[in-house]
Design a protein around this ligand. Structure first.
Ligand SMILES: Nc1nc2c(c(=O)[nH]1)N[C@H]1C(S)=C(S)[C@@H](COP(=O)(O)O)O[C@H]1N2
Ligand SMILES: [Mo]
Length: 362
Protein backbone atom coordinates (compact mmCIF):
# COMPACT_ATOMS: atom_id res chain seq x y z
CA UNK A 1 0.00 0.00 0.00
CA UNK A 2 2.74 2.37 1.04
CA UNK A 3 4.77 1.83 -2.12
CA UNK A 4 1.66 2.26 -4.21
CA UNK A 5 1.00 5.62 -2.61
CA UNK A 6 4.55 6.69 -3.20
CA UNK A 7 4.32 5.69 -6.82
CA UNK A 8 1.09 7.63 -7.27
CA UNK A 9 2.54 10.73 -5.74
CA UNK A 10 3.21 13.69 -7.98
CA UNK A 11 3.75 17.10 -6.46
CA UNK A 12 2.38 18.73 -9.60
CA UNK A 13 -1.16 17.63 -8.75
CA UNK A 14 -3.20 20.31 -7.03
CA UNK A 15 -6.88 21.08 -6.52
CA UNK A 16 -6.49 24.21 -8.65
CA UNK A 17 -5.01 22.24 -11.56
CA UNK A 18 -7.75 19.64 -11.23
CA UNK A 19 -10.43 22.35 -11.13
CA UNK A 20 -9.13 24.07 -14.23
CA UNK A 21 -8.93 20.79 -16.09
CA UNK A 22 -12.43 20.03 -14.89
CA UNK A 23 -13.65 23.34 -16.24
CA UNK A 24 -12.13 22.70 -19.67
CA UNK A 25 -13.54 19.17 -19.71
CA UNK A 26 -16.99 20.34 -18.61
CA UNK A 27 -17.03 22.99 -21.35
CA UNK A 28 -16.08 20.52 -24.09
CA UNK A 29 -18.50 17.95 -22.74
CA UNK A 30 -21.29 20.53 -22.43
CA UNK A 31 -20.97 21.59 -26.07
CA UNK A 32 -20.75 17.96 -27.13
CA UNK A 33 -23.87 17.11 -25.11
CA UNK A 34 -26.02 19.95 -26.46
CA UNK A 35 -25.01 19.41 -30.09
CA UNK A 36 -25.64 15.69 -29.54
CA UNK A 37 -29.17 16.48 -28.31
CA UNK A 38 -29.80 18.46 -31.51
CA UNK A 39 -28.73 15.51 -33.59
CA UNK A 40 -30.90 13.15 -31.55
CA UNK A 41 -34.08 15.23 -31.72
CA UNK A 42 -33.70 15.94 -35.42
CA UNK A 43 -33.66 12.20 -36.01
CA UNK A 44 -36.34 11.41 -33.40
CA UNK A 45 -38.61 14.45 -33.76
CA UNK A 46 -40.80 15.48 -30.83
CA UNK A 47 -43.49 18.15 -30.82
CA UNK A 48 -41.49 20.70 -28.79
CA UNK A 49 -38.29 20.53 -30.80
CA UNK A 50 -38.18 22.65 -33.94
CA UNK A 51 -35.35 22.19 -36.39
CA UNK A 52 -35.31 24.75 -39.22
CA UNK A 53 -34.20 24.10 -42.81
CA UNK A 54 -31.94 27.19 -42.80
CA UNK A 55 -29.15 28.08 -42.48
CA UNK A 56 -28.27 25.34 -44.93
CA UNK A 57 -24.99 24.60 -43.13
CA UNK A 58 -26.29 24.65 -39.55
CA UNK A 59 -26.27 20.89 -38.95
CA UNK A 60 -22.90 20.67 -40.62
CA UNK A 61 -21.66 23.11 -38.01
CA UNK A 62 -23.36 21.57 -34.97
CA UNK A 63 -22.42 17.99 -35.87
CA UNK A 64 -18.86 19.00 -36.76
CA UNK A 65 -18.69 20.64 -33.34
CA UNK A 66 -20.14 17.53 -31.71
CA UNK A 67 -17.45 15.26 -33.11
CA UNK A 68 -14.65 17.81 -32.58
CA UNK A 69 -15.53 18.49 -28.93
CA UNK A 70 -16.04 14.76 -28.36
CA UNK A 71 -12.53 14.08 -29.65
CA UNK A 72 -11.12 16.96 -27.61
CA UNK A 73 -12.44 15.30 -24.44
CA UNK A 74 -10.01 12.38 -24.96
CA UNK A 75 -6.90 14.26 -23.77
CA UNK A 76 -8.92 16.40 -21.35
CA UNK A 77 -10.45 13.33 -19.74
CA UNK A 78 -7.12 11.47 -19.61
CA UNK A 79 -5.36 14.31 -17.84
CA UNK A 80 -8.28 14.87 -15.49
CA UNK A 81 -8.19 11.19 -14.51
CA UNK A 82 -4.42 11.38 -14.10
CA UNK A 83 -4.78 14.37 -11.80
CA UNK A 84 -7.09 12.55 -9.40
CA UNK A 85 -6.49 8.85 -9.78
CA UNK A 86 -4.48 8.33 -6.59
CA UNK A 87 -7.72 9.23 -4.83
CA UNK A 88 -9.69 6.66 -6.75
CA UNK A 89 -7.58 3.92 -5.20
CA UNK A 90 -7.90 5.21 -1.67
CA UNK A 91 -9.77 2.78 0.55
CA UNK A 92 -13.34 4.07 0.97
CA UNK A 93 -14.64 5.18 4.33
CA UNK A 94 -17.81 3.14 4.54
CA UNK A 95 -19.96 6.17 5.23
CA UNK A 96 -23.10 6.70 3.17
CA UNK A 97 -22.01 10.05 1.71
CA UNK A 98 -18.62 8.69 0.72
CA UNK A 99 -20.11 5.62 -0.92
CA UNK A 100 -22.68 7.65 -2.87
CA UNK A 101 -20.00 10.03 -4.04
CA UNK A 102 -17.79 7.17 -5.15
CA UNK A 103 -20.67 5.40 -6.82
CA UNK A 104 -21.53 8.48 -8.84
CA UNK A 105 -17.86 8.95 -9.67
CA UNK A 106 -17.57 5.37 -10.91
CA UNK A 107 -20.67 5.94 -13.02
CA UNK A 108 -19.23 9.21 -14.37
CA UNK A 109 -15.95 7.61 -15.40
CA UNK A 110 -17.65 4.58 -16.95
CA UNK A 111 -20.21 6.69 -18.83
CA UNK A 112 -17.61 9.18 -20.09
CA UNK A 113 -15.31 6.38 -21.30
CA UNK A 114 -18.25 4.62 -22.98
CA UNK A 115 -19.21 7.82 -24.83
CA UNK A 116 -15.68 8.48 -26.04
CA UNK A 117 -14.99 4.89 -27.08
CA UNK A 118 -18.32 4.29 -28.87
CA UNK A 119 -18.09 7.73 -30.49
CA UNK A 120 -14.65 6.92 -31.89
CA UNK A 121 -15.85 3.49 -33.09
CA UNK A 122 -18.76 5.18 -34.83
CA UNK A 123 -16.76 7.85 -36.65
CA UNK A 124 -14.37 5.08 -37.70
CA UNK A 125 -17.37 3.17 -39.09
CA UNK A 126 -16.32 0.22 -36.91
CA UNK A 127 -19.58 -1.27 -35.71
CA UNK A 128 -18.33 -4.80 -34.96
CA UNK A 129 -17.42 -4.10 -31.32
CA UNK A 130 -20.84 -2.55 -30.66
CA UNK A 131 -23.50 -5.26 -30.30
CA UNK A 132 -26.13 -2.59 -29.56
CA UNK A 133 -27.87 0.21 -31.45
CA UNK A 134 -25.27 2.97 -31.26
CA UNK A 135 -27.54 6.07 -31.44
CA UNK A 136 -29.77 4.88 -28.57
CA UNK A 137 -26.88 3.71 -26.37
CA UNK A 138 -24.89 6.90 -27.01
CA UNK A 139 -27.93 9.05 -26.26
CA UNK A 140 -28.95 7.42 -22.98
CA UNK A 141 -25.40 7.14 -21.69
CA UNK A 142 -25.01 10.90 -22.31
CA UNK A 143 -27.76 11.50 -19.76
CA UNK A 144 -26.02 9.19 -17.27
CA UNK A 145 -22.81 11.13 -17.80
CA UNK A 146 -24.50 14.52 -17.39
CA UNK A 147 -26.35 13.40 -14.27
CA UNK A 148 -23.23 12.08 -12.59
CA UNK A 149 -21.23 15.15 -13.63
CA UNK A 150 -23.81 17.39 -11.96
CA UNK A 151 -23.62 15.30 -8.76
CA UNK A 152 -19.84 15.39 -8.90
CA UNK A 153 -19.62 19.16 -9.45
CA UNK A 154 -22.20 19.71 -6.71
CA UNK A 155 -20.13 17.67 -4.24
CA UNK A 156 -16.87 19.34 -5.22
CA UNK A 157 -18.19 22.89 -5.53
CA UNK A 158 -16.61 24.15 -2.27
CA UNK A 159 -13.18 22.86 -3.32
CA UNK A 160 -13.59 24.16 -6.88
CA UNK A 161 -14.55 27.61 -5.62
CA UNK A 162 -11.76 27.80 -3.10
CA UNK A 163 -9.07 26.63 -5.48
CA UNK A 164 -10.13 28.82 -8.39
CA UNK A 165 -10.61 31.90 -6.24
CA UNK A 166 -7.13 31.72 -4.76
CA UNK A 167 -5.33 34.62 -6.41
CA UNK A 168 -1.89 33.36 -5.59
CA UNK A 169 -1.53 29.81 -6.82
CA UNK A 170 0.40 27.42 -4.64
CA UNK A 171 4.11 27.63 -5.32
CA UNK A 172 5.23 25.30 -8.06
CA UNK A 173 6.89 22.23 -6.55
CA UNK A 174 10.59 21.95 -7.25
CA UNK A 175 10.28 18.58 -8.94
CA UNK A 176 12.48 19.34 -11.89
CA UNK A 177 9.72 17.69 -13.95
CA UNK A 178 6.73 19.19 -15.71
CA UNK A 179 5.12 22.24 -14.11
CA UNK A 180 1.39 22.75 -13.56
CA UNK A 181 1.36 25.31 -16.30
CA UNK A 182 3.20 22.75 -18.43
CA UNK A 183 0.46 20.18 -17.80
CA UNK A 184 -2.23 22.66 -18.85
CA UNK A 185 -0.34 23.68 -21.98
CA UNK A 186 0.37 20.07 -22.96
CA UNK A 187 -3.30 19.17 -22.49
CA UNK A 188 -4.37 22.12 -24.60
CA UNK A 189 -1.87 21.19 -27.30
CA UNK A 190 -3.05 17.58 -27.34
CA UNK A 191 -6.70 18.63 -27.62
CA UNK A 192 -5.82 21.16 -30.32
CA UNK A 193 -3.77 18.63 -32.28
CA UNK A 194 -6.54 16.03 -32.30
CA UNK A 195 -9.02 18.66 -33.46
CA UNK A 196 -6.71 20.03 -36.16
CA UNK A 197 -5.92 16.51 -37.36
CA UNK A 198 -9.55 15.47 -37.78
CA UNK A 199 -11.61 18.56 -38.74
CA UNK A 200 -10.41 18.01 -42.29
CA UNK A 201 -13.22 15.51 -42.65
CA UNK A 202 -15.67 18.36 -42.79
CA UNK A 203 -13.52 21.14 -44.26
CA UNK A 204 -12.61 20.42 -47.89
CA UNK A 205 -9.02 20.45 -49.14
CA UNK A 206 -7.56 20.50 -45.65
CA UNK A 207 -6.52 16.85 -46.09
CA UNK A 208 -5.67 16.43 -42.44
CA UNK A 209 -3.91 13.16 -41.66
CA UNK A 210 -6.27 11.60 -39.09
CA UNK A 211 -9.55 12.55 -40.75
CA UNK A 212 -11.60 9.33 -40.91
CA UNK A 213 -12.94 10.50 -44.30
CA UNK A 214 -11.67 12.77 -47.02
CA UNK A 215 -14.62 14.95 -48.00
CA UNK A 216 -13.60 15.13 -51.66
CA UNK A 217 -12.75 11.47 -52.28
CA UNK A 218 -15.49 9.28 -53.75
CA UNK A 219 -17.53 8.90 -56.91
CA UNK A 220 -18.34 12.33 -58.39
CA UNK A 221 -16.12 13.91 -55.76
CA UNK A 222 -18.34 13.02 -52.79
CA UNK A 223 -17.77 10.18 -50.27
CA UNK A 224 -20.23 7.30 -50.17
CA UNK A 225 -21.69 6.07 -46.95
CA UNK A 226 -23.64 2.95 -47.98
CA UNK A 227 -23.19 1.35 -51.39
CA UNK A 228 -25.82 -0.01 -53.77
CA UNK A 229 -24.19 -3.46 -53.65
CA UNK A 230 -23.99 -3.41 -49.87
CA UNK A 231 -27.71 -2.70 -49.55
CA UNK A 232 -28.80 -4.99 -52.39
CA UNK A 233 -30.47 -2.35 -54.58
CA UNK A 234 -28.36 -2.67 -57.74
CA UNK A 235 -31.01 -4.40 -59.86
CA UNK A 236 -34.01 -2.42 -58.67
CA UNK A 237 -32.18 0.89 -59.12
CA UNK A 238 -31.14 0.06 -62.69
CA UNK A 239 -34.48 -1.40 -63.77
CA UNK A 240 -35.69 0.52 -66.84
CA UNK A 241 -39.23 0.12 -65.49
CA UNK A 242 -38.32 2.05 -62.35
CA UNK A 243 -41.04 4.50 -61.32
CA UNK A 244 -41.29 7.08 -58.55
CA UNK A 245 -44.72 6.78 -56.97
CA UNK A 246 -46.08 10.11 -55.69
CA UNK A 247 -49.47 9.51 -54.13
CA UNK A 248 -51.47 8.06 -57.03
CA UNK A 249 -49.13 9.35 -59.75
CA UNK A 250 -46.13 7.56 -61.23
CA UNK A 251 -43.06 9.17 -62.76
CA UNK A 252 -40.50 7.48 -64.94
CA UNK A 253 -36.95 8.83 -64.93
CA UNK A 254 -37.63 10.55 -68.27
CA UNK A 255 -40.81 11.97 -66.76
CA UNK A 256 -38.86 13.50 -63.86
CA UNK A 257 -36.20 14.81 -66.25
CA UNK A 258 -38.93 16.54 -68.26
CA UNK A 259 -40.04 18.59 -65.23
CA UNK A 260 -38.34 21.94 -64.43
CA UNK A 261 -34.80 21.20 -63.18
CA UNK A 262 -33.02 23.15 -60.45
CA UNK A 263 -29.42 23.08 -59.30
CA UNK A 264 -28.47 23.86 -55.70
CA UNK A 265 -25.23 23.56 -53.79
CA UNK A 266 -25.99 21.58 -50.64
CA UNK A 267 -23.89 19.58 -48.18
CA UNK A 268 -24.23 15.95 -47.18
CA UNK A 269 -23.50 15.91 -43.47
CA UNK A 270 -23.07 12.45 -42.09
CA UNK A 271 -23.77 12.09 -38.38
CA UNK A 272 -20.40 10.36 -38.27
CA UNK A 273 -18.78 13.75 -38.68
CA UNK A 274 -17.72 13.99 -42.33
CA UNK A 275 -19.45 16.34 -44.67
CA UNK A 276 -19.13 17.28 -48.31
CA UNK A 277 -20.80 19.73 -50.62
CA UNK A 278 -22.09 19.03 -54.08
CA UNK A 279 -24.06 20.66 -56.88
CA UNK A 280 -27.30 18.71 -56.96
CA UNK A 281 -29.69 18.92 -59.89
CA UNK A 282 -33.25 17.65 -59.96
CA UNK A 283 -36.91 18.34 -59.26
CA UNK A 284 -37.97 20.43 -56.27
CA UNK A 285 -39.99 18.49 -53.71
CA UNK A 286 -42.54 21.34 -53.51
CA UNK A 287 -43.21 20.92 -57.25
CA UNK A 288 -44.23 17.29 -56.72
CA UNK A 289 -46.04 17.16 -53.41
CA UNK A 290 -47.43 19.66 -50.95
CA UNK A 291 -47.59 18.81 -47.25
CA UNK A 292 -46.06 19.05 -43.80
CA UNK A 293 -45.03 15.43 -43.35
CA UNK A 294 -43.84 13.43 -46.29
CA UNK A 295 -42.74 9.82 -46.06
CA UNK A 296 -39.86 9.15 -48.44
CA UNK A 297 -39.29 5.47 -49.20
CA UNK A 298 -36.28 3.80 -50.75
CA UNK A 299 -35.98 0.74 -52.99
CA UNK A 300 -33.85 -0.65 -50.20
CA UNK A 301 -35.60 -3.42 -48.30
CA UNK A 302 -33.23 -4.11 -45.42
CA UNK A 303 -31.81 -1.91 -42.71
CA UNK A 304 -33.20 1.04 -40.82
CA UNK A 305 -32.43 3.78 -43.33
CA UNK A 306 -34.81 2.52 -46.01
CA UNK A 307 -37.10 5.53 -45.45
CA UNK A 308 -37.27 8.92 -43.78
CA UNK A 309 -39.83 11.60 -43.02
CA UNK A 310 -39.48 15.12 -44.38
CA UNK A 311 -41.05 17.48 -41.85
CA UNK A 312 -42.60 20.95 -42.23
CA UNK A 313 -39.76 23.39 -42.81
CA UNK A 314 -37.81 20.96 -44.98
CA UNK A 315 -40.87 19.74 -46.88
CA UNK A 316 -41.73 23.32 -47.87
CA UNK A 317 -38.21 24.60 -48.44
CA UNK A 318 -37.70 25.32 -52.16
CA UNK A 319 -34.12 24.01 -51.82
CA UNK A 320 -35.31 20.49 -51.02
CA UNK A 321 -34.57 18.41 -54.10
CA UNK A 322 -35.23 15.02 -55.57
CA UNK A 323 -31.79 14.91 -57.14
CA UNK A 324 -31.14 13.18 -60.46
CA UNK A 325 -27.63 14.57 -61.02
CA UNK A 326 -24.57 15.38 -58.94
CA UNK A 327 -21.78 17.75 -59.96
CA UNK A 328 -22.99 17.83 -63.55
CA UNK A 329 -23.28 14.05 -64.06
CA UNK A 330 -26.10 11.55 -63.82
CA UNK A 331 -26.23 10.46 -60.18
CA UNK A 332 -23.77 7.62 -59.47
CA UNK A 333 -25.45 4.36 -58.42
CA UNK A 334 -23.85 4.68 -54.98
CA UNK A 335 -25.15 8.23 -54.55
CA UNK A 336 -28.71 7.05 -55.06
CA UNK A 337 -29.38 6.64 -58.80
CA UNK A 338 -31.95 7.10 -60.21
CA UNK A 339 -33.27 9.60 -57.65
CA UNK A 340 -32.39 10.65 -54.12
CA UNK A 341 -33.54 13.15 -51.56
CA UNK A 342 -31.28 16.07 -50.65
CA UNK A 343 -32.61 18.75 -48.29
CA UNK A 344 -30.90 21.71 -46.64
CA UNK A 345 -29.76 21.44 -43.00
CA UNK A 346 -30.62 17.77 -42.58
CA UNK A 347 -28.47 14.88 -41.26
CA UNK A 348 -27.01 12.54 -43.89
CA UNK A 349 -28.92 9.53 -42.57
CA UNK A 350 -32.13 11.29 -43.57
CA UNK A 351 -31.00 12.08 -47.14
CA UNK A 352 -32.59 8.90 -48.48
CA UNK A 353 -31.11 7.35 -51.63
CA UNK A 354 -32.69 5.17 -54.38
CA UNK A 355 -36.19 6.56 -53.91
CA UNK A 356 -39.27 4.53 -54.73
CA UNK A 357 -42.15 6.61 -53.38
CA UNK A 358 -43.32 9.82 -51.71
CA UNK A 359 -46.37 9.69 -49.54
CA UNK A 360 -48.26 12.41 -47.68
CA UNK A 361 -48.60 11.57 -43.97
CA UNK A 362 -51.46 12.91 -41.84
N1 LIG B 1 -31.59 4.25 -48.78
C1 LIG B 1 -30.57 4.73 -48.05
N2 LIG B 1 -30.26 6.02 -48.13
C2 LIG B 1 -29.22 6.52 -47.41
C3 LIG B 1 -28.46 5.69 -46.56
C4 LIG B 1 -28.82 4.32 -46.49
O1 LIG B 1 -28.20 3.53 -45.77
N3 LIG B 1 -29.87 3.88 -47.26
N4 LIG B 1 -27.40 6.23 -45.84
C5 LIG B 1 -27.52 7.65 -45.52
C6 LIG B 1 -26.33 8.21 -44.91
S1 LIG B 1 -25.95 7.66 -43.37
C7 LIG B 1 -25.63 9.22 -45.49
S2 LIG B 1 -24.38 10.00 -44.66
C8 LIG B 1 -25.91 9.67 -46.86
C9 LIG B 1 -24.63 9.71 -47.66
O2 LIG B 1 -24.90 9.94 -48.99
P1 LIG B 1 -23.82 9.54 -50.07
O3 LIG B 1 -23.51 8.08 -49.86
O4 LIG B 1 -24.40 9.85 -51.39
O5 LIG B 1 -22.62 10.41 -49.77
O6 LIG B 1 -26.85 8.82 -47.50
C10 LIG B 1 -27.96 8.49 -46.71
N5 LIG B 1 -28.94 7.84 -47.50
MO1 LIG C 1 -24.37 8.99 -42.50
Amino acid sequence: MKTALVRFHSAVRSPRLTSRQGLALATAFGICFVTGLFSHFIQQPTSWFYWPSRPVQLYRFTQGLHVATGLATIPLLSVKLWSVYPKLFRWPRFAAADLIERGSLALLVAAALFQVVTGVFNISLWYAPMPFFFPAAHYWTAWLAVGSILVHVGVKLPIIRRSLRRTKPRPEPATGGISRRGVLIATGLAAGTITAATVGQTIPNLNTPLAPRRPNVGPQGVPVNATAIGLGVVEAAQDPNWRLTVGDRQYSLAGLQALPQHTFRLPITCVEGWSAEGDWTGVRLIDLIDGDRILVRSLQQRGIYHSSIVEGPHARDPLTLLALRLNGEVLHLDHGYPCRLIAPNRPGVMQTKWLSSLELLP
